[in-house]
Design a protein around this ligand. Sequence first.
Ligand SMILES: [Zn+2]
Length: 256
Amino acid sequence: MSDNVKMVPALCTQCGGNVEVDLSKETAKCPYCGMEFMVEKAVNNYNVKYAHVEHADNVNIDVTGAVKEVLDFAGEQLKEGREDRRQREKEFAEQSRQSSAAFLKIMAIMFGGMFVFAIVAFLVMFFSGKMDGDESASSNDEGSTIECRLEDGCLYTDVLGKDVPEWRYLEFDSMGTVLQYEYNDESGYHNCVIPEENVTDGVRYVVAGAYEDGFEIDEYTKPMYYSVIQVTIEDHDFTEASDPVIVDDLSEYDYN
Ligand SMILES: [Zn+2]
């Protein structure tokens, strides 16, 4: 073989057998099928077949690996992204759940507070109203008035108004006076006392007790409260009478 000979692989254009051909020649003869073929075409056949396969294999491998990597990477990214997003959504949901729970809590506390306040206010109003009523009843019922007057030598005492307690003139501490009349009716309580005969001049007290209405009263029943009127007697006549003073107990009265 001369230096000009350059043998290259080729494929027989007739049978496809692997052959080597001299590129410096125009034609060659196939050792398998004996056919003469064009060298250029046989070499081209070989190059097309193997270059394609090789290239395709390479491409296949590369692409597969690259695509797999890319897809894996993308998948990881997507997965991480999804997880990130899921985490963020979870956190956001948790935050909004917490904030809405806190909001509801605040609203509940506010409404609860308002409710409790309303109830307390109602109770305070209710009981203060009731206590006002009790107070006026114990000092002297608000719906009634008690007054006295001196007339024709008599001391008249009138408790006027509806639902007044049962009033009774008391002998005790009313020394020097005599009960002329006494009655409770729908318009109130009324009595009249005059000075006792042969009474010595001086200061006396006319006392009446207020009893719970409808309660059976005897000499031992203690009144709910008392009316005390101070009178002055001169020459068997009343000359002065104070305004009635209401006390819960006779010991509270300031006797002169
Ligand atoms: Zn051949």
